[in-house]
Design a protein around this ligand. Structure first.
Ligand SMILES: NC(=O)c1ccc[n+]([C@@H]2O[C@H](COP(=O)([O-])OP(=O)(O)OC[C@H]3O[C@@H](n4cnc5c(N)ncnc54)[C@H](OP(=O)(O)O)[C@@H]3O)[C@@H](O)[C@H]2O)c1
Length: 253
């Protein structure tokens, strides 16, 4: 398919690379950030523009990959009748694009994407469309980059998925950040925890997270928990989270 990307951040960059690797042609990158647009366009062998009036009308699909709150503003005064136009946000209804075309939808990649990624990760895609034509086109595009996990999901399901995604990815990563700061302050090497992190993540491919849980909280090792809280005296934020999660683990049994 011929594709125009609107936006030049993390998602535009990674989806652009995935589309290209799957044999699609990126015709153009539109972005207010002309330096980022031309850099990404150069990489993807595409044109770039920062003028809405010069957005090409010849693509099959337009992917709007800008900040959630900017989707409406960025697509203002863009009219692409007959074209399929989709944004990439989990928590924004597809109707935000209804002024742009009658074939509007969502192309939500359920993955943590960073522009700097050198290895292209597996990216499950949840798509939705205003009509059968839009759904068919977006399903085909999704299957081309995610053969196993290209699934239809309406606005409600997508928002619920996003909540779960924030918990498993953003919150977990925040815990890594706090643990890294704790290690740094206590003169420990955070990297020594990497095998444990990897094993815990891999285990839940075959066992439910609840069944895979170990540690002092579910063993009710009160003396160990007391010592840990003492050691966390100088780390109030982490101590607070330790207490909340210990209680959550013990009440979830
Ligand atoms: N990153 C992820 O892991 C991920 C995963 C799934 C879905 N998403 C969704 O994908 C979308 C893009 O996320 P991202 O991570 O690619 O964001 P990002 O890296 O911050 O890039 C955002 C893009 O939006 C542009 N932008 C921001 N505010 C704008 C405005 N007011 N007017 C015009 N352009 C504006 C930015 O331009 P400037 O460079 O000029 O700021 C940039 O090109 C979001 O809806 C997000 O929810 C993200």
């Amino acid at each position: 398919m011929n594709i125009v990307l609107l936006g030049s951040g993390n998602v535009a960059a990674v989806l652009g690379r995935k589309f290209k690797a799957a044999g699609h042609t990126i015709l153009q990158i539109y972005s207010r950030n002309s330096a980022a647009a031309s850099e990404l366009a150069y990489e993807l062998d595409a044109e770039s523009t920062n003028y809405k009036s010069t957005i090409l009308k010849t693509a099959d699909v337009y992917i709007v990959a800008v900040k959630d709150d900017a989707i409406e503003q960025v697509t203002e005064e863009i009219y692409l009748p007959g074209k399929v136009v989709a944004h990439t946000a989990a928590s924004v209804p597809k109707e935000v694009l209804s002024r742009v075309t009658s074939h509007y939808g969502v192309f939500y990649p359920l993955q943590s994407l960073r522009k700097e990624m050198t290895r292209l990760p597996d990216v499950p895609v949840f798509f939705d469309g205003s009509d059968e034509h839009t759904k068919t086109v977006l399903a085909s595009l999704a299957r081309s980059i995610a053969p196993v996990q290209a699934l239809e999901a309406g606005d409600d399901d997508r928002q619920k998925l996003h909540v779960a995604a924030v918990v498993v990815s953003n919150f977990t990563n925040h815990l890594y950040t706090l643990a890294e700061e704790y290690c740094h302050k206590e003169g420990l090497d955070f990297k020594q925890l990497l095998p444990l992190i990897e094993e815990t993540a891999l285990r839940i491919r075959t066992v439910s997270p609840k069944a895979a849980q170990t540690g002092p909280a579910i063993r009710h090792d009160s003396e160990t928990i007391r010592k840990h809280l003492e050691l966390l005296h100088g780390h109030p934020q982490l101590k607070n989270i330790y207490l909340v999660l210990t209680e959550s683990l013990q009440t979830a049994e």
